[in-house]
Ligand binder design. Sequence first.
Ligand code: NAD
Length: 263
Amino acid sequence: MGLMSGKRGLIMGLANDKSIAWGVAKALAAEGAELAFSYQGDQLLKRVTPLAAELGSDIVIPCDVGDADSMDALFEALKDTWGSLDFVVHAIGFSDKNELRGRYVDTSAENFDMTMNISVYSFTAICQRAEKMMPNGGSLLTLTYYGSEKVMPHYNVMGVAKAALEASVMYLAEDLGRDGIRVNAISAGTIKTLAASGIGDFRYILKWNENNSPLRRTVSQDEVGKSALYLLSDLSSAVTGEIHHVDAGYNVIGMKNPEAPDM
Ligand code: NAD
C-alpha cells in the first residue's frame, strides 16, 4: 500500500520529461496514485500520451486554461470517468517571452492581462471546478517562484503574477478549508524547463542559485515531486494556505556567498 493508494488526481502542465509536472507525477504514481493528465494544444499530445502510459494512465485530455469551455470540458470528462477527485496539480504559467527580459516598467497591458489570466486566474478557475468533484475533501497544489518575493532579473510580469498567485492560495485555502479541501503552493528553485528557457539570462540565474543557496546547488524536478507528494497526501493533513519553498534554501540568503566564484 502506497501513501497515495486509492487516490485519484489530475496533473496539469506536463509538456515533456523536463517539466516539473513530470517530477510530481512520478512521485505520486510511485506511491499508488491514479493519474489523469491535461495538455495544451495538439502538439503536446504526442509527448504527453507516452509519458502518461509510462505511469499506467490512459486518461489524457486537452485543456487550454485560457478558455472556460475547455476547462468545463476537462472536468466533465473527469466526472464521467471517475466521478470524484482527490487532488489537482496546477503546474502552468505563461507570459510573452519578449517581456521576460528588459524592464518590468515596459510591460504591455495586453501581456499583463494574458499573464495574469493564464498564470494566476486559471488556478482559481480550476479550484472552482475541482471543488465540485471533491465531496470528501482534497488537496490542490500550484507552483510559484521566489521572483514573487524579491526582484529577480528578467522575471518581470511573471513576478507580479506569482505574487498574485500566492495571495490567491491564501484566499482559496480559507474558502475551501471548511469542505476539507487544502490549497498550497510550492515555491520551486530554478530548474531548466521549457518555460524557464523563455526567461532572459536563465543560465546565469541558475548558476547564481547554485553558487549561493545554502545547499550550494539547485533542485531537481524529482525533489519538487517528493515535496508535492507530502502536500498532496495525508502526511500534510493540517497544512493549507502554505507557500512551501523547495529551493535548496535560496530564499533565506541575504547576500552573495563570499566564497562563490565571480560571475
Ligand atoms: P514547462 O514548460 O514544462 O510547463 C509549463 C506548462 O504550462 C506547459 O505544460 C504548458 O503547456 C502549460 N501551459 C502554458 N499555457 C497554458 C494554457 N493556456 N493552458 C494550459 N496549459 C498551459 O515548465 P515548468 O518549469 O515545469 O513550469 C511549471 C510551473 O512551475 C509554472 O507555473 C512555472 O512558473 C513554475 N516554476 C518553474 C520554475 C523553474 O525554474 N522551471 C521555478 C519555480 C516555479
